[in-house]
Write a protein that binds this ligand. Sequence first.
Ligand code: CP
Length: 324
Amino acid sequence: MTRHSLQIDKNGRLRHFLCISGLNRQLITEILDTAESFAGVTQQSVKKVPLLRGKTIVNLFFEASTRTRTTFELAAKRLSADVLNINITQSSTVKGETLLDTLRNLEAMHVDMFVVRHADSGAAHFIAANAAPHISVINAGDGWHSHPTQAMLDMFTIRRVKGADFGALRVAIVGDILHSRVARSQIHALNLLNTGEVRIVAPQSLIPAHAESLGAQVHHDLQTGIKDVDVIIMLRLQRERMQGAFLPSAHEYFELFGLTEEKLMHASPDVTVMHPGPINRGVEMDSEVADGPRSVILEQVTHGIAVRMAVMSMAMSRKEGDTG
Ligand code: CP
């Protein structure tokens, strides 16, 4: 079974959420609309809806996370699910238990969903392919491959700030595209939403081979790359994934590709600045930009809760016994 068909059931509904590629415009629009309906829950005095009452969701994070893990936990709690956060460093994984044995033991506790972050590309897909049929798997970031809920919360943020007509937008993604699962997922989502222009901007060493085939224009100069764009998405330099000399120095990188108020003058006057976090201040961008009036970086984090509520509730909305 392909990665794409694994995540959609025979009725075209979300079964797992593993990557953006393979989804269609209708489904990702449904995720955005469902997230919109959940955004108000956060404003209520009782921040809960009963949709997943009686369900158990397991956060399996094999890699560090602040935003994704906590917003998945909050989203699950706001849907009234029970949440287990497995501390991998204190689990039997460190005694040599295999991933499959860990899964089988959690399944024996009658859980309903795994939210998985892993350093290996394909890990969430592997778990989805091997989990019991009633279990849904949500990819919370796998290696260089995919971070689909991050891309969806970014699309949600763009739609809220700029409106639903993505065709009218120029979007530039700037930074370490090569190592970025976020960039890959964003490019797929922006293209599915028929975005007017998608650009990627980075030094040659941080652009993947055959980048144009991803569906984005490639730029190696920040000034031309962000000229007249409506949205700039800055990405972190992923030093933990770099082996060897990809860059001369962080200082030189900032000089050429770091975002400052001065460089922002080349973009559209009402440009919106985004970053999935964590930010390296003074490397990807100045604090003046990160904390400035054009930045929606913290709104992105807030929107992560509603978008994750949407994805989890949609994946769990299959009828009892419908595992296909
Ligand atoms: N954007 C993102 O995935 O952040 P975390 O690594 O903190 O989850």
